[in-house]
Design a protein around this ligand. Sequence first.
Ligand SMILES: Nc1nc2c(ncn2[C@@H]2O[C@H](COP(=O)(O)OP(=O)(O)O)[C@@H](O)[C@H]2O)c(=O)[nH]1
Ligand SMILES: [Mg+2]
Ligand SMILES: [Zn+2]
Length: 287
Amino acid sequence: MRGQIIGSSCGVFKILTDNGTFEGKARGTLKAKIGRLYVGDFVEFNEVDSVIESVEERKSFLKRPPISNIDQIVVILSYIKPEFSYELVFKYLTYANMNGIKASLVVTKVDLCENKADLDEIEDTFERLGIKTYFVCNKTGEGLKEVKEIFKGKITCLMGQSGVGKSSLLNAINDNYKRNIGEYSKALGRGKHETKEVILLPFEGGYIADTPGFSSLELDLYKEDLAQYFPGFDEYNKCFFSNCLHVSEKKCAIKDKVDAGLIPKKAYETYLFLSNNLLPRNQRFSK
Ligand SMILES: Nc1nc2c(ncn2[C@@H]2O[C@H](COP(=O)(O)OP(=O)(O)O)[C@@H](O)[C@H]2O)c(=O)[nH]1
Ligand SMILES: [Mg+2]
Ligand SMILES: [Zn+2]
């Protein structure tokens, strides 16, 4: 019987089928053949032996958080606690592009914002890159109606550091989820009692994945390849020098677009920062 893995714990998978939810392991020979199974995998489940016999080809796959077959990523950051970071958003969006997955942005804890201009700047920056931003307060429910719309009928992966309010947002849109909420702790710099596993929660014809937060995300990219995946850069990536890194080269189409106001300054500054932290392809010869 066909089903989808919606949870996993120590090698035991939770599989949702048309006949209900089952628990089972992967057949040994399957593990040897294809390696790990992931939340999101569509599988053939054998109810008699309670084992997964086979896995369908994955439509998409993310390494971090480990999940397959998602349709979209919703990047979540809080306005504060932990503080909003353009660098982190651009990293997540670049990561989404590297995996060919569409992304949107949710900013939580807007109730703690005393400077609305900050929110306007966030909205404007990402709107110009074709990315919609939603502002929410999980405590009052403000802004959640719009966010719910994007979840309908899709498999969505929530992505964000711990403490930003992923679990709170899920509880606010459906109080049956009963996700554990962590205290954001300044001492630890992260939320406590955080979500430990990837889990798919059914929502209006789709699923939403609650995922453990991670504080750092390393982009597995060479410096030369960043612009190809950086949000909003690809369409303008037609510089005079074919190996242009868009830093100080002449006749750079990206820099022209920044000057013309077509690429937001924040985006370009963040590009330079991220680029600075990536190694060039030939670096192994340079030292
Ligand atoms: N003021 C405020 N606090 C929030 C909001 N959303 C979440 N929190 C708090 O942030 C902390 C971390 O929330 P949690 O949902 O566990 O974050 P997660 O680690 O991303 O799942 C908890 O103390 C929540 O009560 C919000 O919109 N406004
Ligand atoms: Mg959580
Ligand atoms: Zn250039």
